[in-house]
Design a protein around this ligand. Structure first.
Ligand code: GUN
Length: 288
């Protein structure tokens, strides 16, 4: 089975849209998301545009604040502090990467954790690690929801997370642990990645290496989630491929996400879900 990320995202967005409509009727309030975009990094421009379009689709007020690459750290912090106080803003997202002179961790720590829809603030990271309610990084959250849609009970399954980044690998490990999986983390220095992979019932790959995982790495019936986005040259132009060699792997799996059209659209839907969650928490509305 190929998991259709676009379809999955459409369903999730419809659910979010309906809930926002009903909240608007009751409270006359609208969730608000502000995205901060610095410089003119081409992929970031595309991501931010897609985030803004999707937010509008579900009825979230979204705004993009653009700044030049030369913005100072102090100025950026003052922008965030203002957004923290703004009652119409429930979600704040600072698009990464940031220019070299700005310390990412300093900026993230300035965001009110209740408005941290990326789930990057140490308070949210800590709450997730201790099994408490928190805003969760959108990509791993999307991967988790897709895995759960294939198989409800993950207890005791062997899960392999390839990649250990703060954005993807580490939060994904926490989500799989919460489901009672036996989790192994593989990364660039891991020696026997193929052997580890052959034992895994669930494989999530966020390594940033095109076609890293091959068909003979995969246990029959595994669930494979490919977070990779690699731009590779083809005859006339470029194409985007994942970290999984789709053609050889697909035959072995119970379910797999394609690239493109897998994890990407679901990540955006999860950002909208996080914005709704932040809005409800801030306004003391119950969560469904
Ligand atoms: N740049 C690439 N992915 C992300 C993400 O998930 N959040 C933010 N803020 N920036 C990104």
């Amino acid at each position: 089975m190929i998991i259709d990320g676009k379809k999955f995202a459409r369903k999730l967005k419809l659910k979010i849209k309906k809930e926002i409509q009903s909240i608007k009727k009751k409270t006359r309030l609208t969730p608000g998301l502000t995205v901060i975009l610095i410089g003119n990094h081409a992929p970031s421009e595309i991501y931010v545009r897609n985030k803004a379009i999707s937010a509008k689709e579900v009825g979230i007020n979204s705004k993009v604040l653009r700044f030049k690459n030369s913005i100072s750290e102090t100025k950026l912090i003052s922008v965030i502090q203002k957004l923290n106080k703004d009652k119409k803003v429930h979600g704040i997202l600072v698009q990464l990467p940031l220019p070299d002179h700005i310390h990412g961790h300093k900026i993230i720590e300035e965001i009110d954790p209740r408005k941290d829809v990326d789930g990057f603030h140490p308070i949210n990271v800590g709450n997730l690690s201790s099994g408490k309610d928190s805003l969760i990084s959108c990509t791993p959250l999307g991967c988790y929801l897709m895995i759960k849609s294939i198989r409800k009970n993950l207890s005791g399954l062997n899960a392999l997370m390839i990649g250990r980044s703060n954005l993807n690998g580490k939060p994904m490990v926490q989500l799989l642990l919460k489901e009672d999986c036996t989790v192994t983390i593989g990364h660039s220095k891991t020696k026997n990645l193929k052997e580890l992979c052959k034992k895994a019932d669930i494989v999530v790959v966020a390594a940033g290496r095109a076609n890293l995982v091959k068909g003979d790495w995969i246990k029959k019936g595994a669930i494979v989630i490919d977070v990779g986005i690699n731009r590779v040259k083809k005859k006339n132009g470029y194409k985007i491929i994942g970290d999984v060699e789709f053609k050889s792997v697909v035959k072995k799996t119970k379910a797999i996400t394609p690239v493109p059209g897998g994890v990407g659209p679901v990540t955006i839907a999860c950002l909208l879900n996080n914005t709704l969650k932040a809005f409800k928490n801030i306004n003391y509305l119950s969560s469904k």
